[in-house]
Design a protein around this ligand. Structure first.
Ligand code: NAD
Ligand code: UDP
Length: 316
């Protein structure tokens, strides 16, 4: 009798966004059938336009705060605006996206017995007292501030993932993602890397919030996506949470100087007020990712910035 080969069917929510579009591309390259579900709040059709002709790629306009009925083997739940100006634009919708989105996608995973990945965040650590941050750290998060819709939404989503795992034996994979950058970020995204590069390319002043001494750790997108795939492919007992990020730590002043150097820009620095609850430092401890996934980032900041600057030049 003839044997039929079925490709793995994978749902990516938020698939038209920055990270989602890179993930859809990587999954198609590894012979999966990909369903991208997105409400296009911050995502753009242009991010996945080059995939549209692929018969294994399908795009659905869908808001994850409503249930979705599709038959898939794996789900990557990425739907949620990630930049502070975007997630603060409609904070109630942000919490709904994280919490109702998690409930709907976990319900789907339970019904169709799919393995499900959650794009959680280093924001679950808030403004941390422990540095670098290991997964065992519970965090220091303001529950009622302007960042809370995102931070607490993502914390509650993690709770739901672990309760579906314990209560319903859903196979879960929770990644805590640290700041990631690269092509397909929205030029008006409002996050620091896209702001600095666009300002430098346009010769506009570079906006440093606060003193610029606060730190972040920046991971290039190809490294992060390799981490997503490694976590999804790991044995079932590896549920996470697993930190995924680049441990290289930079102040915002250092980042600004590097961007000015790489763009050969004449932009000056201007100082603006620090947004509320802005974490002072952020650096992942990636021991678990190294040990359980054999993963660590490879692309140094300057190299990743060069690729990103090349991408942003089309928007100047
Ligand atoms: P992004 O804003 O580019 O992408 C988010 C995508 O989700 C967009 O396409 C948007 O339209 C879609 N979306 C938003 N609300 C939705 C809803 N209700 N229903 C369906 N789609 C919806 O951001 P990104 O940087 O690609 O982030 C992707 C995921 O990774 C997010 O969950 C984010 O919290 C997480 N994350 C990203 C970073 C980072 O540095 N990029 C860091 C930590 C966590
Ligand atoms: N930031 C800045 N200038 C900008 C945008 C951001 O100095 O134009 C700072 C911001 O205050 C924060 C850091 O850069 O300390 C990273 O901000 P981003 O919005 O990229 O992400 P966060 O890690 O805060 O979620």
């Amino acid at each position: 009798m003839k044997k039929y080969h079925f490709n793995k069917r994978v749902l990516v929510t938020g698939g038209a966004g920055f990270l989602g579009s890179h993930l859809c591309e990587a999954l198609l390259k590894s012979d999966c059938d990909v369903v991208c579900a997105d409400n296009f709040f911050t995502g753009r059709r242009g991010n996945v336009a080059h995939l549209m002709d692929n018969p294994r790629f399908e795009i659905l306009r869908h808001d994850v705060t409503f249930p979705l009925f599709v038959e898939v083997d794996e789900i990557y739940n990425l739907a949620c605006p990630a930049s502070p100006p975007h997630y603060q634009h409609d904070p109630v919708q942000t919490t709904k996206t994280s919490v109702l989105g998690a409930i709907n996608m976990l319900g789907l995973a339970k019904r169709v017995k799919a393995k499900i990945f959650q794009a959680s965040t280093s924001e679950v650590y808030g403004d941390p007292e422990i540095h670098p941050q290991p997964e065992s750290y519970w965090g220091r998060v303001n529950p009622i501030g302007t960042r809370s819709c995102y931070d607490e939404g993502k914390r509650c989503a993690e709770t739901l993932f672990f309760d579906y795992y314990r209560q319903n034996r859903v196979k879960i994979k929770v990644a805590r993602i640290f700041n990631t950058y690269g092509p397909n970020m929205h030029p008006n995204d409002g996050r620091v890397v896209s702001n600095f590069i666009m300002q430098a390319l346009r010769g506009e002043p570079i906006t440093i919030y606060g003193t610029g001494q606060q730190t972040r750790s920046f991971c290039y997108v190809s490294d992060l996506i390799a981490g997503f795939l490694a976590l999804m492919a790991s044995p079932d007992e590896v549920t996470g949470p697993v930190n995924l990020g680049n441990p290289g730590e930079f102040t915002m002043l250092e980042l600004a100087e590097t961007v000015i150097k790489l763009t050969d820009s004449k932009s000056e620095l201007i100082f603006k007020p620090l947004p509320a609850d802005d974490p002072k430092q952020r650096q992942p401890n990636i021991t678990i990712a190294k040990e359980k996934l054999g993963w660590e980032p490879k692309v140094p900041l300057e190299e990743g910035l060069k690729h990103t600057i090349k991408y942003f030049k089309q928007y100047v």
